[in-house]
Design a protein around this ligand. Sequence first.
Ligand code: MEV
Length: 307
Amino acid sequence: MDTKETIFSAPGKIILFGEHAVVYGYPAIVSAINLKTKCIIKESHLNEVQLSISSNYLLSKSSDSNMLNYIINHENREFEPKTKVSQRSVNPAYYFIVEKILNMTTSQKSPFIHIDSEIPPGIGLGSSAANAVAVIASLSSFMNINLSLAELNEFAFEAEKIIHGKPSGVDNTVSTYGGIQHYKQKKFTKLSVPDIDTHIVIVNSGIQRNTKHYIEKVADLMEENPEKYQNILEQIGKLTLNAKSSLLKGEVKELGNRMKQNHLLLNELGVGHPILDELVDSLDHYGSLGSKLTGAGGGGCIISLFE
Ligand code: MEV
């Protein structure tokens, strides 16, 4: 039995500009952050796929530990989930990932998968994408399957669709490739930002929300009043392009102002929350150059620019 551990980690993210509009083909500017998910895989002595999850931020009552079990029959290459679909408490994306990878190999190894995340879930920091990228990278490597970064990213995008419905793909892309990116319609470029003496502070409102719900909310509003909401998305799109140029030139005051404008437009789009506005106001008092919600909204985090 192989006693080596296979370990990959993947970062969470913040959206600096352009959330929601990016779902409709407009650009977004996004950055990886230094909170990560680590996936550690060891060979199990049982003929099973086992999963355990630990998180600094596990907010649910029960740990998901060992809930995703497949019995593997190595002779006929069959694997069967132990839990019925209706009784599964583990995120369905993990089943998708495990089944897809087991179907790609004839390896006789049985993985014990441990996911360890520093990224709080449900607050817009890209935890689900980071989890998917880390698990796909580790499990494919453990099973001796070679995936290019492009294949890994596409695979993670499929997993993201299971959780979020119709995401833009920005979260999995920044988690796969890292850095600060300009992202539009599944294409990205990394931005080399000048070394400016600023900090982005991330403030967690503590309000957990569901990204899928807010993507659907905007889709419903677009159907109800396409003219009004298309116009807001277009304004966010233009703002994002201007913000990109401010970022590349290191114009921090302009950047802060554009963050303020983006926050107001997200409120108009219907994804704000009064507590987020209160946070934006208090950060103003502390001398912030500009703050905005980040991610799907309705709660989650505020990002704030400080000199
Ligand atoms: C994702 O973190 C934020 C949204 O723009 C959805 C997406 O891009 O998939 C709201």
